[in-house]
Design a protein around this ligand. Structure first.
Ligand SMILES: [Cu+2]
Length: 176
């Protein structure tokens, strides 16, 4: 009986210790990825070429967060885009999400652009996206693909055309 009771006390102590440690690691200066919550994410279904991913990206932390880049197993090159004058282009510096703010990625506005698709993005399938944040931490989410026929912004004649060699600029729009 005594042995059992002592074990119970030890287990209780260990649990308290774990709680204290967890509390210490979740302060405002923690990894940015811990403060990012992605909701309402979806991808535009596409047969080939390129497509876009949309979502609401929330920053639950007390400091600004920068989304500096993104990647996906389905794409050879993922870019962070904005739309200006009906044309999309790479967003300088990526997306900034203020403390306790949400950043909406939506057709006609900021979005994640998957270029050079490695395969079809069928309706109902999932597209995995990894966001890299300003502090180097990453967060990964899956966006379900759906048919969407709106949103046909053209690609701006970007000054940021560097590194775009080999891509078909003529077909760079969200349409299919
Ligand atoms: Cu785009």
């Amino acid at each position: 009986m005594n042995i059992f009771r002592r074990s119970a006390v030890l287990i209780a102590s260990a649990s308290v210790g774990a709680l204290v440690l967890a509390g210490c690691s979740s302060d405002a200066t923690g990894p940015a990825a811990d403060s990012v919550v992605v909701t309402d994410q979806w991808a535009k279904a596409a047969g080939s070429g390129m497509t876009a991913v949309f979502a609401t990206v929330e920053n639950t932390g007390g400091q600004d967060i920068q989304v500096v880049s993104a990647s996906s197993p389905l794409s050879g090159a993922v870019e962070l885009h904005e739309v200006a004058d009906g044309k999309m282009r790479q967003k300088e510096g990526g997306f900034t999400i203020g403390a306790d703010q949400s950043h909406t990625l939506a057709p006609g506005g900021d979005h994640i652009m998957l270029m050079d698709l490695t395969g079809a993005v069928a309706p109902g399938s999932n597209v995995e996206i990894t966001l890299t944040l300003g502090d180097g931490t990453t967060t990964t989410f899956e966006a379900q693909a759906r048919d969407f026929s709106g949103n046909n912004e053209e690609y701006g004649d970007a000054d940021s055309a560097d590194g775009m060699d080999g891509l078909d600029h003529g077909s760079m729009n969200h349409g299919s």
